[in-house]
Write a protein that binds this ligand. Structure first.
Ligand code: 13P
Ligand code: SF4
Length: 319
């Protein structure tokens, strides 16, 4: 515990010395989330992380999250230095959508508007017309559908399927998924709901359709935290990465949060309901990168220039 306090103190000092700001996601270690908040950085969902990083005057951003979040920050602010505690922190959605295969898929469907999820590489974003996050994907696809556009969607099949069902849009889906959310199971959730008849169910839309079907609220991490705070209930079942529970408990003290069941609460699943890549962010490697300046994120400027269009479209739409 003493070591932890010392590390946190060192990080606070290094952030000041480097004039750097910490931008964290709700799935990372609770200590990092708290540090981000108390030092004038931010802890939020992917959309807010992107906007905060773009608008903050700091020359250096330290992104505690996964690689696509650091890349998005770099694409939006090529002049800033972007550091990450661990450059190997990736995402199964990004891994499951290689840029060359994705480009070939797009080439086969030139009549479709290409909408990609934020959880992709810079090269995939460069090929897209729009980038969206879970907080705004539904609204953007509804907008495109109203204009009569047909959509090519990648990479998350569950989020894509949910948006398709909600909007009625013509969507061709890439078949990617998030290894964390994919583990939530509808049948087990139904049993849990029966045991907790008054609980409200909060679901991230990267979860399978059978889980989303039982939700009282479907939304991004920020939207789920707001729901926990605002809904008139005292008990909640939460189907998303359990890193979110730290903020939920702070935002809604006195309320009770239960993790939704996964297939794994067993030997087959080592990291159920917690993203192994988000978990690579810690106090020690955060302090180390602040000290050394290593682990800088670079995006090929030519790719960045292409990718920024899709991101700016979303940010303009959200504004
Ligand atoms: P949010 O944009 O909802 O924070 O989601 C990001 C993510 O990676 C979810 O798994
Ligand atoms: Fe990717 Fe899933 Fe981890 Fe989010 S939780 S970063 S979608 S693997």
């Amino acid at each position: 515990a003493e070591e932890k306090i010392a590390l946190k103190e060192r990080i606070r000092k290094l952030l000041k010395e480097r004039e750097a700001v910490l931008v964290a996601h709700y799935y990372v270690d609770a200590d990092l989330q708290d540090l981000a908040e108390e030092t004038g950085g931010c802890v939020s969902d992917s959309l807010e992380m992107a906007r905060f990083g773009r608008d903050h005057p700091a020359k250096t951003l330290v992104v505690a999250g996964v690689r696509f979040m650091g890349e998005t920050a770099k694409i939006l602010s090529p002049e800033k230095t972007i550091l990450m505690p661990d450059l190997d922190a990736t995402c199964s959605l990004d891994l499951g959508c290689p840029a060359d295969e994705f480009a070939a898929f797009c080439d086969q469907h030139p009549d479709r508007t290409v909408v990609v999820y934020a959880n992709t590489s810079a090269a995939v974003k460069a090929r897209a017309d729009w980038m969206v996050t879970s907080s705004i994907g539904l609204d953007i696809v509804a907008h495109l559908h109203a204009q009569g556009k047909k959509i090519l969607w990648a990479p998350d099949k569950h989020l894509g399927g949910y948006i398709q069902q909600k909007t009625g849009a013509d969507m061709l889906l890439w078949q990617g998924s998030c290894i964390v959310h994919d583990e939530f199971k509808g049948v087990e959730l139904e049993l849990m709901k029966a045991e907790h008849p008054h609980a409200k169910v909060l679901v991230h839309p990267e979860s399978p359709a059978s889980v989303v079907a039982m939700a009282d609220v479907v939304g991004s991490t920020t939207q789920l935290i707001n729901a926990a705070q605002n809904l008139d209930a005292t008990e909640f079942i939460v189907a998303t990465d359990n890193g979110i529970l730290h903020k939920m408990r702070m935002a809604a003290p006195g309320k009770h949060f239960i993790e939704a069941p996964t297939a794994g609460n067993s030997a087959t699943c080592k990291s159920c309901a917690h993203c192994p890549w988000m978990a690579m962010n810690g106090l020690q490697n955060l302090a180390d990168v602040l000290e050394s300046g290593k682990n800088e994120i670079f995006v090929d400027p030519a790719i960045g220039k292409e990718a920024v269009r899709a991101i700016d479209r979303m940010l303009d739409f959200a504004a």
